[in-house]
Design a protein around this ligand. Structure first.
Ligand SMILES: Nc1nc2c(ncn2[C@@H]2O[C@H](COP(=O)(O)OP(=O)(O)OP(=O)(O)O)[C@@H](O)[C@H]2O)c(=O)[nH]1
Ligand SMILES: [Mg+2]
Length: 197
């Protein structure tokens, strides 16, 4: 649900990193934050915990610059992947414009990925968001690990609707901006098609 402010001439998109626990969602956001110049990024909000796990969400606003005289802003969120934080995941999805599914490529996480996609679809359905029409990207993360399943296997198991698939090693920054750019491109295309242009 793109937020348009005609007075301020600004557009705001909500992009969410979704996926199972420890797949690398927060790592994507950390990397983006570390590379953006201060002028284009807002404060990175994460609730500090003893561990690295996300408990509620991570949030980072980011400016994209101007498109057709409008200031375009992104709100980037990650959900907590651990199964028992289901309520938080659902809450964060409200008003989403684009989802990046961060899959963990390791063979022993295949079932967790599949379960997380099922959980995503169920939550979207509850908000009456049409998954078929949602800007959606599949990121295959942790490609550096020896236990990573081959890409074609993961595509066969995880790709839902012909969405773009991007390989990543988020902990080294590989594929992180490629994923975000692709998502923004998709989100903007959806907005254009809504306006009937
Ligand atoms: N080897 C490897 N490790 C990674 C990669 N990306 C992330 N990690 C590591 O995986 C662990 C979990 O990463 P997080 O980004 O905290 O995972 P998350 O998806 O936010 O997890 P939750 O908040 O619990 O949902 C951290 O130790 C990261 O350094 C990667 O591409 N390769
Ligand atoms: Mg996290």
């Amino acid at each position: 649900m793109v937020f348009v402010n005609y007075l301020e001439k600004s557009l705001e998109f909500k992009i969410i990193y979704y996926g199972p626990g420890l797949s690398g969602k927060t790592t994507n956001l950390d990397y983006i934050y570390s590379k953006l110049p201060e002028a284009t990024r807002g404060p990175f909000t994460t609730i500090p915990t003893q561990s690295e796990r996300t408990l509620f969400f991570d949030f980072m606003p980011m400016g994209l610059g101007k498109i057709n005289d409008y200031d375009v802003k992104l709100s980037l969120y990650t959900v907590p992947g651990q199964v028992f934080y289901s309520a938080s995941r659902k809450l964060i999805l409200k008003g989403v414009d684009g989802v990046i599914f961060v899959a963990d490529s390791q063979s022993d996480r295949l079932d967790a990925n599949i379960e997380s996609i099922r959980d995503l679809k169920e939550n979207l359905l509850d908000y009456k968001i049409d998954f078929a029409n949602l800007a959606y990207i599949l990121q295959l993360n942790k490609r550096d690990l020896a236990t990573a399943l081959p890409v074609p296997v993961l595509i066969k198991e995880l790709q839902q609707k012909g969405e773009p698939v991007i390989d990543a090693v988020a902990s080294q920054g590989v594929g992180v901006f490629k994923t975000l750019k692709m998502t923004v491109k998709f989100v903007l295309q959806k907005v254009k098609s809504l306006k009937g242009e």
